[in-house]
Write a protein that binds this ligand. Sequence first.
Ligand SMILES: Cc1cc2nc3c(=O)[nH]c(=O)nc-3n(C[C@H](O)[C@H](O)[C@H](O)COP(=O)(O)O)c2cc1C
Length: 189
Amino acid sequence: MKTLDQIISERRSVRAFDKDRPVPEEHIRAIVEAARLAPSACNSQTWRFIAVTRSEVIEKICKTAMRPVIPNKWLSQAPLLMVGCARLDIVANRIGARVTGTEYYQIDMGIAMEHMVLKATELGLGTCWIGWFAEEKVKAILDIPRGVKVPALLAVGYPADAAPAGRSRKSMEKILFSETWGNPFTFSE
Ligand SMILES: Cc1cc2nc3c(=O)[nH]c(=O)nc-3n(C[C@H](O)[C@H](O)[C@H](O)COP(=O)(O)O)c2cc1C
């Protein structure tokens, strides 16, 4: 059993999948269960997910709904596309957003989908978030109604290659302050 530390450090964005190896249904269930247990503002659970496994649909999304410059062509090889949908008709979220200016559904979706990512990593699957797409096109292809947002997609599958090199990260000193903005946090040991 992998530890959480192992899963977090093992995870990479995977952009090359074994197209002929589908994601078993029990793994789809497990990653959605991980999302289902995520926290959400007012426990509103705005999320809904569409598991797209039909290769012709994934291909259509890849060909017609990606944006230029980063066209995410590798997506056509993914055996599973999890489409993250958020219902906007949750009253608590709407009132909350009006008062604070925070779109809570975006936070909720991010947490739930990262739960999926970590569970998928534990199961030996690769994932890649996709945020660079034309939402209206995805909605049209999948019959997603008005009043539902699609903030992100998640490609899932067995990696085709060895783990891609990890991206560099900012140092702890750069991202952690102590007590007030900009004040360096110094660890005692
Ligand atoms: C919200 C979000 C949207 C992203 N959108 C894309 C995308 O459209 N295409 C892509 O190739 N990677 C996308 N990524 C993956 C990031 O590029 C990747 O997480 C980052 O470069 C760090 O690399 P790592 O995930 O391997 O650690 C996205 C990641 C997040 C969190």
